[in-house]
Each structure stands twice: as C-alpha cells, then as structure tokens.
Ligand binder design. Sequence first.
Ligand SMILES: NC(=O)c1ccc[n+]([C@@H]2O[C@H](COP(=O)([O-])OP(=O)(O)OC[C@H]3O[C@@H](n4cnc5c(N)ncnc54)[C@H](O)[C@@H]3O)[C@@H](O)[C@H]2O)c1
Length: 408
Amino acid sequence: MRSVAMLKNGLSQSFSIQPTWTVESVKQVRYHVIAVNDLFDPSETALLRACPEAPLAAGDRRLVVIDSNVATLHGDRIAAWFTANGVDATILVVHADETVKDWESVTRVVDKMNEFGIDRRREPVIAIGGGVLLDVVGFATSLYRRGTPYIRIPTTLVGLVDAGVGVKTGVNYERGKNRIGTYAPAIATFADRTFLRTLDDRHLANGLAEILKLALVKSAELFTLLQKFGPELIADHFQGTTPQTDQAARQVVTEAIHLMLEELQPNLWETTLERCVDYGHTFSPVLEITALPGLLHGEAVCIDMALTSVLGFRRGDVSGAELDQILSVMTQLRLPIWDEVLTRPGILDAALADTVRHRDGQQRLPLPLGIGRHRFVNDVTPAELAAGLDHLAAAAAQRIGDKFADAG
Ligand SMILES: NC(=O)c1ccc[n+]([C@@H]2O[C@H](COP(=O)([O-])OP(=O)(O)OC[C@H]3O[C@@H](n4cnc5c(N)ncnc54)[C@H](O)[C@@H]3O)[C@@H](O)[C@H]2O)c1
C-alpha cells in the first residue's frame, strides 16, 4: 500500500487507503515543593505569595480539606490564619486513614467541590493532612472537571518526604492498594516540619521507613545520619529543640525530598518501570493490605526492605556487617523487620506475581548493593524467597532474643 506522510499545520497525516492522523503533544509539568517553617504562624505569608500560579489575597475564597485529626489538633490555628489574612475559607473535615482510603472519601470531596462551585482555574483546593488525605484530595481534584488545581500541605513525615512531593494520587479498591488513581501533580507543596510536633512516635517511624528506603538505595550519607540521629529525631518529633537535632532534622528532611525528586523528575509518568524508589514496595502492598490495619505503610515497606536486604546478602551483594547495620538501624528506628503476615502460605509469591503484573511482566526488583546503591533483578525464584524468609525469621528471632537478654 502506498503511504505518504505529510505535516499539515503541525499535524501529521498519512495518505493511504485509510487516512490516519497522528497526534503528538507534550504536557509540561511544573510544580514547587517549598520548605516553610510554621506555615500557619500568624505572621507567615508563604501561602499567600510563594506560589505564582495561585496567588492568594484578602477577599479570595478557598476550599480547604483537612484530615480530622489535624483539624482537632491544628484546626483553630489554621482557621485563624485564613481569617487574619481575609481569606474566606470553607473547611471540609475528612476522616482520613488507610481504612477509609476509598471511593466514598473521594465522593465526599467531589460533592463539596461541586457545592462550593469551584473555579477550576483560579481556586486551588488546599489539602492539609497525611498521605491518605493528600492522595484522596489529589484524586478527587484530578477527576473534577477533568482536573482542578490543588495545593498540598503534608502533616505527616510520609506526606512530607513522599506522598506530598510526587504526582501520584489514588485510593484502594477491593483488596488492591492504590488500585485506582491518577497522575496529577499539585501546583505546590508546602513542607512544614512543625506539624510533626503532634504526630505520634509510630507514625514518625513510619515516615522514617521511606527515608531509610532512599538511604539504602541512593545515599550512604543519609544512612549514616539516620544511624546517628534517628532515635533523637523521633524523640524530638523533628522539632530541632537543640542546635544539633535541628540541623539533623533539617538535613534529613531536605535530603530525603531532594533524593526523591531527583528520581521522580526524569520519570514522572513512570515510563521507566525500573524505579529505585520502588525499593521496599515489591512485597509490601500485599503485606500491608492483608495485615490492614495491623501494619502501617512504612512498616510494611520496612519488612519488605529487611527481606530484600537478606536476599542481597544471600546473593553476595550485601556483606554480613552491612546486613547487621541495616537491621539494627531498622530496629533503632522502631520499625518491624518481621510480621506474622509473612507466615501466610504463598503470600510472598502472590505479592511478587501482583507486582510483576504492575511492572509490565517483569520483576524489576530493586535489590541493595551494599548500603547506598542498588541494582535491578528479574530472576528471584520461589525457592530463593522461601530461603530468604527463613533467614529473616532467624535474624528477627535472634534480635528479639538479644533485646530480652539486654533487658535481663
Ligand atoms: N502518592 C504517593 O506518591 C504516595 C507516596 C507514599 C505514600 N502514599 C500513601 O500515603 C499513605 C500513608 O500516609 P501517612 O503515613 O501520612 O498516613 P495517614 O495519612 O493515614 O496519616 C496517619 C495518621 O496520622 C494522623 N495525622 C496526620 N497528621 C497528623 C499530625 N500532624 N498530628 C497528629 N496526627 C496526624 C492521620 O489522621 C492518621 O490517623 C498510604 O496510603 C500510602 O499509599 C502515597
């Protein structure tokens, strides 16, 4: 068949028996992650001026969606800030944790946007909360009128270094973690450590798991910082009450955001499925959803990292001393390296099979190379997983035994 392609007003058209038009367009993405100290301090104006795409001024109105726990702990201060700045804030308080990361929560936000009659260009929804709230609001705004701008204000450590800085939104569906969602960047994220003051230790550790992930695959320096300051950062809630912890908290959060964005920017739409930020996320989605509400996201990620560090050791990529350091830092950060959910027959094979479907037919499994580097493998077998699991069980049991021995 004769076919001649030509460009007509920028559109390519080929002449054949069936004329065919090929449309190509690139969507430019630009968003800001802005570190702020105490965003809702009465004298702080970052939210008014720091985001050129969405300037906020007295007389404007905004829809503000707040996680219910954050509303209880910080709601008065937040409302007072909007009042003091003459912004008419309609506040929607939403219960947001993993058990309600679902369609119903999305619908509540969409209903409120509809009732508010949001201007889809000039009135970004302001989302304030943890990773769940940010994912739910991001998803709802990306659906409403096929895309309405939003601003993220994370209030958990996971939100600050992970859920708040990328472009993914979504909710769980049936037994599938984040099974439905979109790629929808917020126009800006304000990273403010002061919210962590009220976050409990378990959720601080949960966020440290995502930071540890980046350290293990990308930065031995960050690993050393966690090793040195991790327990103090939890005790201090990242508030920097001494000059030393202030510097450590600043450094750990800044470095984690930087390392994450460095990985995300060239691969925002996950064109490449070999992503080192998926370290710890091969087995954890199924572990987390199966154990729900027993394991937090970061806890499931940490168990996955403990297992894959063992796999790395058994392949000769991680030394015995390095494995020991990795498992010790996990324990120091109060993260689990084992959970009973691992003993469910076939759970690891099922989790790997699910991930292979998600990664276009291949394992693309990031494994650590020492501390601070990684490689991808595609040849993990059920036998290797079973041996790795036995190894991890023994290492975890020994650590628990050591803890009791120390206490005695
Ligand atoms: N979109 C992404 O790229 C991405 C990345 C990582 C994680 N996530 C998602 O993030 C979720 C986990 O986020 P999370 O760990 O923030 O959990 P979360 O949103 O459930 O928050 C944890 C708990 O802390 C409460 N809370 C929030 N801020 C608080 C504060 N300042 N003080 C006291 N309590 C507070 C919440 O109400 C909740 O009960 C998971 O669903 C995960 O899938 C998304």
